[in-house]
Write a protein that binds this ligand. Structure first.
Ligand code: RB5
Length: 143
């Protein structure tokens, strides 16, 4: 599984730990920054990562800011992006199973590394269920 990852200054402190987690799970990871705690706009990183995910079929994204809220709002402005703000293993599992989410968002100020690890595990092992959820995902695209 291939992931792009990006954060703002309020998500950068845990980025390398998340990259290590993905490495340990044999995932390919491409780091799109930021690389310091200097203030940046999360919109720039959400945009850069969303474009990568859209142009690289089958890839996923991870966006981290302070809360995960700004990143998810910005990423979801892109047609074809379904960015899910998750807080635990259950929301991560449902984001894949029911929403066919292609970007996982969370907040460095909200969740710890143990919870993040469990969210990534669910994300990796959960396929989109399709069926009745397929129509709903298509309806999202039409909005
Ligand atoms: C930065 O202080 C913070 O506002 C940002 O990382 C994010 O939480 C916004 O949604």
């Amino acid at each position: 599984m291939k992931f792009y990852i990006a954060t703002d200054h309020a998500g950068v402190v845990i980025k390398n730990d998340v990259i290590k987690m993905l490495d340990n799970k044999k995932c390919e990871v491409i780091d799109l920054g930021t690389n310091s705690t200097d203030r940046v706009n999360y919109t720039d990183f959400a945009h850069k990562l969303s474009e990568k995910v859209l142009s690289d079929s089958g890839s996923f994204g991870i966006l981290i800011c302070g809360t995960g809220i700004g990143m998810s709002l910005a990423a979801n402005k892109h047609k074809g992006i379904r960015a899910a703000l998750c807080h635990d293993a259950y929301t991560a599992q449902m984001a894949r199973a029911h929403n066919n989410a292609n970007i996982l968002c969370f907040g460095q100020r909200v969740v710890g590394l143990g919870v993040i690890n469990s969210m990534i595990d669910e994300w990796i092992k959960t396929d989109f269920e399709g069926g009745r959820h397929q129509e709903r995902v298509e309806l999202i695209e039409k909005l």
